[in-house]
Design a binder for this molecule. Structure first.
Ligand code: SF4
Length: 338
């Protein structure tokens, strides 16, 4: 257990957590919505600082980040817990377990050991992922600071629901992020995730201001968030508010958690979404969870030649020169970032 950051004391030993946009008011001996922050006698504690529940050496493409240090490896860590309640969660054993069980699984691995492990295995970055990194903020912040000192990059894979203060605190230490923009309907966020859309949109704009490298992912669930009008609005938001150079990953839904009875996303639906993004004017669109599809490759938006060929998470060929297209010399967004 570790004392939490970003919280305030209220009357009757209640506390208010300031880490994410739920701003939970937590009574003594209770936990916040994420299940991993507990009020003990009027002080807030993180229950996961010393409980790393998942750790792997992953290709950066698996986050997914396709324009940030392509072909590199990222030491990827996560704890249990999440501030979302997505009924379609593809990782519910990790994200939802502390909401129904007192037990917090995981191993004590210090920030120093995580940084050492990343260096030892030749990773260029540490990724905070698998569940929702906001809820293990203290471990993330300490590891990211230390990693930065040792020349590592820091990457978040997030639902984008953190508070503005949490973003500001992480600002100098994070280099890149993939944010799930799960839908462009507040109703969807409320009904399927137990949260709200607006804070995610605000944070996406703020992330651009912070200067982190940004990629966006949308899991397309058939007959739930696949309507043309909604996808048009979502891609227009990316185009107008974030920039046409921001890569958009369209991900295939597989039946999971409380949506095991729902069917998988068909190829036609994914390709329709791809076309909508292209018509909007997005320059880099990728289909995810469909290994071998040609849309895994990066094409130069100027000359349309192949600049990165991928197969699943593997980068086979790079026709890049200092972050520019080898064929026509145009800048390929994100490539060659320090
Ligand atoms: S991180 Fe979010 S969900 Fe968890 S206690 Fe804090 S405000 Fe609540």
């Amino acid at each position: 257990m570790h004392e939490a950051r970003l919280w305030t004391s209220l009357e009757d030993q209640d506390v208010q957590c300031g880490l994410c946009n739920h701003f939970c008011r937590i009574k003594p001996n209770e936990r916040g919505k994420c299940g991993v922050r507990k009020n003990i006698q009027g002080d807030l504690y993180s229950l996961v600082y010393d409980k790393v529940a998942a750790m792997n050496l992953d290709p950066i493409e698996k986050k997914p980040l396709f324009h940030f240090h392509p072909g590199s490896y990222s030491l990827s860590i996560g704890t249990v817990g999440c501030n979302f309640f997505c009924v379609f969660c593809q990782n519910d054993s990790l994200s939802q377990s502390p909401k129904t069980s007192e037990h917090i699984p995981g191993e004590e691995i210090t920030p120093e050991q995580l940084v050492q492990a990343a260096k030892h295995h030749g990773a260029e970055s540490i990724s905070y992922t698998y569940s929702e990194p906001t809820i293990f903020f203290e471990l993330l912040q300490d590891t990211a600071k230390l990693g930065k000192q040792k020349g590592l990059k820091n990457v978040l894979v997030s639902n984008g629901f953190m508070s503005e203060q949490a973003l500001d605190e992480l600002g100098p230490y994070v280099d890149a992020i993939n944010v799930d923009l799960k839908s462009f309907r507040d109703d969807f966020y409320r009904e399927y995730c137990g949260t709200r859309l607006k804070p995610v949109l605000n944070n996406l704009k703020k992330i651009k201001e912070l200067g982190w490298w940004l990629e966006v992912t949308t899991l397309i669930i058939p007959e739930v968030n696949d309507r043309e009008e909604e996808l048009k609005e979502l891609t227009e938001f990316i185009y107008k508010e974030l920039g046409r150079e921001v890569p958009w990953h369209i991900s295939k839904f597989h039946p999971a958690y409380k949506m095991k009875d729902h069917y998988s996303t068909g190829m036609q639906t994914l390709e329709n979404a791809y076309e909508i993004g292209k018509i909007t004017g997005l320059e880099y669109i990728y289909l995810g969870n469909v290994p071998g599809h040609k849309s895994e490759n990066t094409l130069c938006p100027t000359c349309n030649n192949l600049v990165i060929e991928r197969q699943g998470f593997a980068t086979n060929k790079q026709n890049l020169k200092n972050g520019h297209c080898y064929h026509c010399g145009s800048k390929i967004s994100g490539m060659g970032l320090g």
